[in-house]
Write a protein that binds this ligand. Structure first.
Ligand code: GDP
Length: 361
């Protein structure tokens, strides 16, 4: 499955956050592998709709979609030069599908900052510079062969142009993700180089708990990384939340003026930047959110449940979540009101689709 690699300077709260993420892990039963890899955490994608559906169809069993985070051990200046830990660090990032960069914005004189002062922009610059340098190295290594391939007409000139454009962006100190988000670069054009800064980035700002509601601070920090998404949380607060039962956790969130935990937000944003979405099934046995890539057609979505469903696909009976709830889950009412849609092979799945696939065996 797709993974999000957590990176950041030492002492910014990565382990605190990662441990909270994995302690949040209510899925150990369904996902036994969640506990196998110590640096991997599989967390549920928060989705309030599932409990509503479970009530309507009278089942206790809810299976949420999941998001997988991998804790990638400490980056240091010079990592791109590939010494020791640096090498392993880069290899781990290459394996991840998205990058979650944890940035320290909390003040605490007892906790040493590696660069001696709290400066989120400077920290981001330190990390991104290492990734940019590593990508430039990849491109430098690839160029001689690409020039040769062009002469031998094994590649298109447009491909070499795209690689050179990537090189220019990186040399200007920018990530390819940023350039792509601003519409100045097509990531897909250099896909096969597996460049690290072409992966989607999320920034997590670990702020003091009394600053969680500080709109000016949020605006300033978010602005420094826009258009990449950012999440604000206090790692220690999140860790404390996971120690509480649901009612107490809700109260603690309300007291802090928050609607949802930072980790829930992170799971949601992470799922989205991985290019994933869900569709729903609601049967007597279970209510479930299935994860698919954005843009999947009905047969492709069916294939996620079972390969036979894709091969033998006939059609999908779909009702949207809002219509299902409005009808109190009564299929009779849904049909009467013409809210049951029959979709064919070309249908592109939409968020909130509750589906029953019809197929030949
Ligand atoms: P890592 O090196 O990035 O994994 O950082 P850790 O999670 O180990 O945190 C480093 C130190 O900072 C630990 O002593 C944590 O208890 C502390 N810490 C983590 N998050 C916060 C926070 O939000 N506020 C404060 N004051 N301390 C924190």
């Amino acid at each position: 499955s797709l993974t999000i690699g957590i990176v950041g300077l030492p002492n910014v709260g990565k382990s605190t956050m990662f441990n909270a993420l994995t302690r949040n892990n209510v899925l150990a039963e369904n996902y036994p592998f969640a506990t196998i890899e110590p640096n991997t955490g599989i967390v549920p994608l928060p989705d309030d709709r599932l409990a509503v559906l479970a009530k309507l169809v009278h089942t206790e069993k809810i299976v949420p979609a999941t998001v997988t985070f991998v804790d990638i051990a400490g980056i240091v200046k010079g990592a791109s030069e590939g010494e020791g830990l640096g090498n392993k660090f880069l290899a781990n990032i290459r394996e991840a599908d998205a990058i979650c960069e944890v940035v320290r914005a909390f003040e605490d004189d007892d906790i040493v900052h590696v660069n001696g002062r709290i400066d989120p922009a400077d920290d981001i610059d330190t990390i991104n510079t290492e990734l940019i340098l590593a990508d430039l190295q990849t491109i430098e290594n690839a160029l001689p062969k690409l020039e040769k391939d062009l002469r031998g007409r094994k590649i298109e000139p447009a491909y070499l142009d795209a690689v050179k454009q990537a090189k220019e962006i990186l040399e200007s100190g920018e990530t390819l993700d940023k350039a792509a988000r601003e519409g100045r670069f097509d990531k897909d054009s250099v896909y096969d180089l597996h460049l690290m800064t072409a992966k989607p980035f999320i920034y997590v700002f670990n702020v003091d708990d009394d600053e969680l509601q500080n709109a000016d601070l949020r605006k300033r920090l978010a602005g420094s990384v826009a258009p990449a998404p950012s999440v604000f949380l206090n790692a220690q607060f999140e860790a404390d939340l996971t120690e509480l039962d649901e009612a107490d956790a809700r109260e603690m969130l309300e007291d802090a003026g928050l609607k949802e935990s930072g980790l829930d937000q992170l799971a949601r944003v992470g799922f989205d930047i991985l290019g994933l979405q869900t569709f729903l099934t609601a049967g007597e046995k279970e209510v479930r959110a299935w994860q698919i890539h954005k843009g999947y057609t009905a047969p492709q979505a069916a294939g996620v449940i079972h390969t036979d469903f894709e091969k033998g696909f006939i059609k999908a009976d779909i009702v949207s979540y809002d219509d299902f709830v409005a009808a109190d889950g009564s299929m009779a009412t849904i049909k009467e009101e013409g809210k049951l849609r029959q979709e064919g092979r070309d249908y592109v799945m939409q968020d909130g689709d509750i589906v029953e696939f019809k197929f030949n065996v």
